[in-house]
Write a protein that binds this ligand. Structure first.
Ligand code: ADP
Length: 646
């Protein structure tokens, strides 16, 4: 990947180094011409040839300077390699003249001229080594022209001292080549180190920018989150304090309690949205693709949002489709719930349209949610996908949402392998669309809206609760007791095993993740399950409650077949999850053959969907499900919020 930039950097540096020496070389060559002419002057052999040769030498020297000027003035007329090649041509022309001119010395009657000329050539060769040694081409084209004629002619004299000179010259030629080789290697290493450093500096600058952006986004996230979380907390504090007012009537107390519940629910929704986003980020949520009819999913979400739309006088139109898709219905429903919720919220008149279009795709299509609402200015199209960003809610009024819906949708769509597209302008409505994969009708194993057979009521169930916090055990016992369950509380694993040894056979075991004495809920549940299995009670529902978001840990728990419920846990969510798990257990027992088989890789998904009258889809309801439960959840979720909350 980076070989080319390095070669280019080497070439660029070479051009700089080679041409930088040329003005000095220009004067050195005039000096050489002057010296050579001076030593030949007393008796110039073959004057016309001599004049032609030295005239050519002088012209080549001037051409070298012209080339240097061109390079200075027009460095970009050719590539660095082009300049290097031209410089090599200049070398051939420039060094061939003095090199070949030694022939005149051997023609001369003066016996010391060959030696004097050779000394001149060795001096020039040293200059070439210094100025052109960095580049093989420039070095290799100059040195042989300078030294070879001299070596050959000295050898040709067949006298002892000239043969010695020829041998020394040949040795010098070899040595200078070896030195030039290491000179070139060193040069390349220096350039490579410089390029690496530059590359590192650039990538560090990019990373720094990304880190700064992330830090800014985090700051914005926490600022908005802490504000939105503080508001209902503040209200709850004030309302709770007013409960102590002895002058308040029972009716006022009831009203205050109602407000507290409302604020707790608001807080809960916000927590769920934040946790849902965090779960998507942490990679715990996995995609489980099923073949299903898109019309069924449209029907489900349509029925959730039609009453809200109708209440605002809006028509919710669902385009009929017979398309079968291969996608994750749970995640897809969360996407559509969020988009429809926004469409209803930001549309005052007209209609909302939900449908699928082929839009030029050979297979599958694009699901579109359109509205005739207020629209979104183009300059906000990117920012609305940032956490807590809202176009027009400067007071951060919680009733107008929190700005977490679209970031969630965007992540979900990208998890499903697509890209969320937006077309919108103020006053002209909005269109959100994303691709879906085509499915295969023969791959459909169950209708999305199929109801679960068999009752899964909490009435008459035995539940073992493990938590080291007595107040939580007390709260759970009271709640489950109201649902008609028989509850047994245990502070730790040992107490839980003692309860089992006592003959208590639970239908469900609820366990906190962090227990006392460095024990985890996963360890306690494993011990309980093993003991129950030894006693012949297989398939007891187990549920872990955690505030932890560590994905590796959660994934490991899911692999052990332990569903995880994320704190904060509301009564409705707990009940819904327990009923779902009991349904799952009953179905596993009675209808094992009917359960959809999934590939081993499709393991865990968040389950549940919270549609509902006023809330955005908070997504996973804080539940991470093991493979089996996820399958059931995908097929048999309760259909509306009211059913769920009941
Ligand atoms: P929320 O709706 O809870 O504020 P979202 O993340 O879902 O948060 O949306 C972010 C912002 O994008 C909204 O505050 C709203 O300004 C804008 N927006 C989203 N959907 C629409 C829509 N269908 N029409 C107009 N504006 C929208």
């Amino acid at each position: 990947m980076r070989a080319d930039p390095i070669q280019r950097a080497i070439d660029e540096d070479l051009v700089r180094v080679l041409y930088a020496q040329d003005p000095i070389a220009f004067f050195s060559h005039w000096f050489s011409i002057a010296v050579l002419v001076a030593i030949y002057w007393p008796a110039i052999p073959s004057p016309p040839l001599f004049i032609a040769c030295f005239g050519f030498y002088a012209a080549a020297n001037c051409a070298g300077l012209a080339l240097w000027i061109c390079n200075r003035r027009y460095p970009h007329v050719m590539s660095p390699r082009g300049w290097i090649n031209l410089h090599a041509v200049r070398g051939v022309l420039l060094y061939s003249a003095p090199g070949i001119a030694i022939w005149f010395a051997f023609q001369s009657p003066q016996s010391d001229l060959p030696l004097l000329h050779t000394v001149m050539l060795v001096t020039l060769a040293a200059g070439v080594f210094m100025s052109n040694g960095f580049d093989l081409l420039n070095f290799a084209t100059a040195i042989p022209f300078l030294l070879f004629p001299s070596i050959v002619l000295h050898f040709g004299t067949h006298t002892f001292d000239r043969t010695i000179v020829a041998i020394v010259l040949a040795f010098f030629f070899c040595a200078i080549n070896v030195y030039a080789l290491s000179y070139r290697k060193l040069f390349q290493q220096v350039v490579q180190a410089r390029v690496d450093q530059q590359y590192l500096a650039e990538s560090l600058a990019v990373q720094k920018h990304v880190a700064e952006e992330a830090s800014l986004a985090k700051t914005r996230f926490f600022a908005a989150a802490s504000h939105d979380l503080r508001q209902p907390l503040h209200a709850i504090g004030l309302l709770a304090a007013s409960l102590n007012d002895p002058a308040a009537t029972p009716a006022q107390h009831a009203k205050t309690a109602e407000h507290i519940v409302y604020n707790v629910e608001a807080l809960n929704q916000l927590f769920n949205q934040v946790l849902d986003l965090a779960r998507l980020e942490s990679g715990v949520t996995q995609v489980i693709r099923l073949h299903f009819r898109l019309s069924e999913l449209f029907e489900r979400v349509g029925s959730q949002y039609r009453p809200q739309a109708a209440a605002k006088g809006l028509a919710l139109r669902i385009a009929p489709t017979s398309m079968v898709v291969h996608d994750d219905p749970v995640l897809l429903e969360r996407v559509l719930s969020n988009l429809l919720s926004n469409a209803v919220r930001y549309t005052e008149e007209g209609a909302i349209w939900l449908g699928v279009r082929r839009a030029g795709r050979a297979t599958g299509g694009y699901i579109e949610v359109r509205d005739s609402g207020i629209g979104i200015p183009v300059e906000e199209h990117e920012r609305i996908f940032e956490e807590f960003y809202q176009v027009a809610n400067p007071q951060r009024d919680a009733r107008q949402g929190h700005g977490l819906g679209l970031p969630t949708v965007k992540r979900l769509v990208s998890m499903l392998g697509g890209e969320l597209q937006l077309r919108s302008a103020p006053g002209r409505g909005s269109v959100f669309r994303f691709p879906v994969q085509a499915g295969d009708a023969s791959g459909i194993v169950a209708s999305l809206n199929e109801a679960v057979a068999g009752g899964a009521s909490a009435q008459g169930r035995q539940v073992l609760c493990i938590d080291d916090e007595p107040s939580i055990l007390e709260g759970l016992s009271a709640l489950l007791g109201r649902w008609g369950c028989t509850v047994r509380g245990a502070r730790d694993e040992t107490a839980a095993l003692a309860a089992l040894a006592d003959g208590f056979v639970p239908d469900a075991v609820l366990c906190d993740y962090q227990l006392a004495n460095h024990r985890t809920g996963a360890q306690a549940l494993t011990a309980v399950r093993n003991m129950l299995a030894r006693a012949g009670h297989e398939g007891v529902v187990t549920l872990l409650i955690t505030g932890d978001m560590a994905s590796a840990e959660l994934a490991a728990l899911a692999l052990q077949g332990i569903p995880v419920l994320h704190k904060p846990v509301t009564a409705a969510r707990l009940r819904r999850t327990l009923e779902m798990l009991w349904q799952q257990a009953e179905l596993d027992k009675g209808r094992a053959a009917a359960v959809v088989e999934l590939p081993a890789a499709d393991k865990v998904t968040d389950a549940g969907s919270k549609g509902g009258s006023s809330s955005k889809d908070t997504g996973a309801d804080g539940v991470t499900m093991p493979p089996g439960a996820a399958r059931i959840e995908a097929r048999h979720r309760p259909q509306s919020a009211s059913q769920e909350e009941g």
